[in-house]
Design a protein around this ligand. Structure first.
Ligand code: FAD
Length: 363
């Protein structure tokens, strides 16, 4: 359903953050592909998210949450309704509780108390009885020796890694070279052969479709390779990671090694969404299946199967979503024909194939 002009006015008056109308999604995806969304909203607070959810519900408008758009293929007709992304206030990153024996000047109960007072999402959840938040006794959990770090879902993955190096915290290095936000990376359980994000989550806080704040503990999360079971309509606002103290030089080395490896094996400088297919649960990885089927260099107009890494489809400049989808279908069919393996999408495809008539009339 397209936003009417009165809904557009009402949305602007809602005061939930920055609103851009008829915003081309290609500006917000690493593929640099995607038609316009009716309204792209950068929400400024948990309260704004709750109000936006309530308004969309009342108006019967669809709402899609996005992070950095690094795993998204938006179809050429764009997205009807609202796309919501976390705005600047959701980029906080701080230690909630130091590990025992950690040599850190910021450790201590004052830090815990201060961190908790800034941690509005967890605070509200705690008040609602949904989760136990660290109090002066540091009662967050039984994570002896581990350091608990609050990470807003809008934090960029590289910023998280930089923080980990500076503070000497190990556990997230497997995300080196993964672009996007922590929120999107939780949804995708992003990572590499060196580790994935969900395994170091201590708690994760979401706003539910009904507008309630809810916090999951690690043991409540159900995740697997590139997938987290997240009930429909839940929007991740922050998490607490449990990390292990380690020498900063060791963490930096692990990150640099992984990034160097990626630069030599992946087309990191051309617009893409990373690997487009998941690796099958058994047997060779998707990239090898595609390469061995002779598909490197296959092209549909501006979309190309990378010569560097066969599981990357790259946008050589003027690719449309239609080109990418057609190319992916060709690759999937040929891999199935040659190897009997049906590849599953890793990239999330959203939006409409063509613009609605109403939209065309207006422009
Ligand atoms: C060059 C390149 C290399 C890559 N390498 C890797 C890699 O090695 N490993 C890997 O795992 N991935 C990789 N990716 C894919 C991508 O970086 C990850 O999937 C990343 O985690 C996506 O984060 P994002 O913030 O961009 O999420 P988006 O692409 O914006 O969204 C991903 C999904 O999460 C949902 N979502 C986003 N934010 C929220 C939120 N706050 N609450 C609820 N739902 C939300 C979206 O609706 C969507 O379904 C690569 C991508 C590129 C471009």
């Amino acid at each position: 359903m397209t936003l009417s002009s009165s809904q557009r006015e009402a949305l602007l008056a809602l005061d939930v953050g920055r609103v851009r109308l008829d915003e081309p999604m290609r500006k917000h995806t690493s593929f640099r592909i995607g038609g316009p969304v009716d309204a792209y909203v950068e929400v400024a607070s948990v309260d704004a998210i709750e109000r936006l959810f309530a308004w969309c519900r009342a108006e019967g408008l669809p709402l899609l949450s996005v992070g950095g758009g690094c795993n998204l293929l938006v179809r050429d007709g764009g997205i009807r309704g609202i796309v919501m992304r976390l705005g600047r206030p959701f980029r906080r990153l701080f230690v909630v509780r130091e590990g025992e024996g950690a040599d850190n000047p910021e450790s201590g109960d004052e830090v815990v108390a201060d961190a908790v007072s800034r941690f509005d999402a967890s605070q509200q959840a705690a008040e609602a009885g949904a989760v136990q938040v660290a109090g002066p006794s540091g009662s967050l959990a039984e994570d002896d020796g581990r350091v608990l770090v609050h990470v807003d879902a809008g934090v960029a993955v590289p910023a998280l890694l930089k923080f980990c190096v500076r503070r000497g915290l190990s556990g997230a290095e497997g995300l080196a070279g993964v672009p996007g936000t922590v929120g999107g990376s939780l949804v995708m359980n992003a990572g590499t052969h060196e580790g994935e994000l969900c395994s170091v989550v201590h708690t994760m806080s979401v706003v539910t479709e009904a507008g309630d704040l809810k916090t999951y503990r690690q043991e409540d999360l159900s995740y697997r390779y590139r997938h987290l079971d997240l009930p429909a309509g839940e929007f991740i606002v922050c998490c607490v990671l449990a990390l292990t103290p380690a020498p900063p030089a060791d963490i930096q080395r692990a990150i640099t090694d992984l990034i160097d490896y990626r630069k030599s094996t992946q087309p990191v400088r051309i617009p893409s969404a990373g690997c487009v297919f998941k690796n099958p649960p058994v047997g060779p990885p998707a990239g090898k299946l595609i390469d061995d089927a002779g598909l490197k260099g296959t092209r549909v107009r501006g979309a190309l199967v990378s010569d560097v890494h066969a599981n990357y489809v790259v946008n050589t400049g003027d690719a449309t979503a239609r080109d990418v989808i057609e190319l992916m279908a060709r690759v999937r069919d040929e891999v199935e024909r040659r190897w009997g393996v049906v590849l599953e999408n890793e990239v999330r495809v959203v939006g409409e194939a063509s613009l609605p008539q109403m939209h065309v009339d207006r422009t």
